[in-house]
Design a protein around this ligand. Structure first.
Ligand code: ADP
Ligand code: MN
Ligand code: MN
Ligand code: MN
Length: 432
């Protein structure tokens, strides 16, 4: 798919259809071109006109590209920092840019900043200022050079985290000495769906219709099975360039659906990297003229939903005999099932139906190698008696700050009563 260079492709396609108003040239300048050529008598057919329009388009795009790719380093130390934050819905991403005097290596070297929270559903108009605190930096694959992307969290001017700032509480949990001593690792599998811009229907699907049933698409190759690979691949490279701990990608069961994985990453870093990965994906799909959705069940019916499986381990789980700690964690998780479900993403009830490789939202279950369970333990982990667990419940639109810190809280900090524990152990046939 050549959609990555959408501006030129779109203009070319539209120009070829003879639609002047979609061209970067104004319709006035286009028609004067047309008239001039007709007057000269050299160009009569609309085909020639199209070629003429095309070359104008391309040179405009090339000139823009030249400016976008300008290397400013020989002339200034200044860099551009793109400050990124989570907006009022809790999943929308926002960003704006500012000039910084010289290259930086750590977020603490960057100034705090602010934005109009009344325009993002995060503050009332009469007291609209929300303060951005830089928390993590990445290389900017769009601007290159020393330019950076800055993941921020959000505060009132008085220094209180605003309600959509879930990072603040997560950072508290991860800095608890009991939690940090366990060096919690997370591997997050971010699934997402690509939609055609105008019709909001998955990429590769016939407009208003359906492709053949699921089966050939998962990790599939070929023009009739894989839709949007260039986006997934462009994103993969962009993540590596940025410094995101991306560990892989794959085409998903539903056509037009993809996954990338981050991890294993320690503590709060996993969530910072997922949010930056999501930001890159929004920017790349924006360039490609494709719409990204993190809806957990974008298409009703016999089509897989989109999740964000969260693989998790503590130091104890990774060491010899760690399976005991994994079982104890599963026990705790079973006792807080409702609490976890309510923190695992909006609309997850449409996805966790008990079908399509999910467990029912109402029941907690676990199993070895079983993809129909809430928690899956891999064969390798069972065999070696140590390793990690996979929480399959989180939806694709979950907040990774919430999910990762809640997992650490429930399995490291929280303790059930002995009575509740005994009861749950019996119910799950788990001896701990
Ligand atoms: P699946 O088989 O469920 O599709 P994936 O290969 O997509 O699994 O993702 C597994 C994730 O688990 C990867 O991000 C990987 O880095 C991560 N992972 C591997 N080992 C551990 C561990 N010990 N603790 C936490 N995460 C881990
Ligand atoms: Mn996976
Ligand atoms: Mn998957
Ligand atoms: Mn998985």
């Amino acid at each position: 798919m050549a959609q990555i260079l959408a501006p030129s492709v779109q203009w070319q396609l539209r120009a070829a259809k003879g639609s002047a108003d979609a061209s970067p040239l104004s319709s006035k300048s286009l028609s004067s071109l047309f008239v001039k050529q007709n007057k000269r008598g050299a160009v009569k057919s609309s085909t020639k006109f199209r070629i003429c329009a095309l070359s104008s388009d391309n040179s405009t795009v090339n000139r823009l590209e030249q400016l976008l790719n300008l290397d400013v380093k020989p002339y200034t130390d200044k860099i551009i920092a793109e400050y990124i934050w989570i907006g009022g819905s809790g999943v929308d991403l926002r960003s704006k840019s500012r000039t910084i005097a010289k290259p930086v290596e750590h977020p603490s070297e960057l100034p705090k900043w602010n934005y109009d929270g009344s325009s993002t559903g995060q503050a009332p108009g009469e007291d609209s200022e929300v303060i951005l605190y830089p928390q993590a930096i990445f290389r900017d694959p769009f601007r290159g050079g020393n330019n950076i992307l800055v993941i921020c969290d959000t505060y009132t001017p008085q220094g209180e985290p605003i309600p959509t700032n879930k990072r603040h509480r997560a950072a508290q949990i991860f800095s608890d000495p009991k939690v940090s001593a366990e060096i919690p690792w997370f591997g997050i599998e971010q699934e997402y769906t690509l939609l055609q811009t105008n019709v909001k229907w998955p990429l590769g699907w016939p407009a208003g219709g359906y492709p053949g049933p699921q089966g050939p698409y998962y990790c599939g190759v070929g023009a009739d099975k894989s839709f949007g690979r260039d986006i997934s691949d462009a994103h993969y490279k962009a993540c590596l360039y940025a410094g995101i701990n991306i560990s892989g990608t794959n085409g998903e069961v539903m056509p037009g659906q993809w996954e990338f994985q981050v991890g294993p990453s320690v503590g709060i870093e996993a969530a910072d990297h997922i949010w930056c990965g999501r930001y890159l994906l929004e920017r790349i799909t924006e360039q490609a003229g494709v719409v990204l959705t993190l809806d957990p069940k974008p298409i009703e019916g016999d089509w897989n939903g989109a999740g964000c499986h969260t693989n998790y381990s503590t130091k104890t789980m990774r060491e010899d005999g760690g399976f005991e700690a994994i079982k104890k964690a599963i026990l705790n998780l079973s006792l807080r099932h409702k609490e976890h479900i309510s923190a695992y993403g909006e609309g997850n009830e449409r996805r966790l139906t008990g079908k399509h490789e999910t467990a029912s939202i109402n029941d907690f279950s676990w199993g070895v190698a079983n993809r129909g369970c809430s928690i899956r333990v891999g064969r390798d982990t069972e065999k070696s008696g140590k390793g990690y667990l996979e929480d399959r419940r989180p939806a694709s639109n979950m907040d990774p700050y919430v999910v990762t810190s809640l997992l650490a809280d429930t399995t490291i900090l929280w303790e059930p009563t002995l009575e509740a524990e005994a009861l749950a152990a019996q119910k799950l046939s788990l001896k701990v």
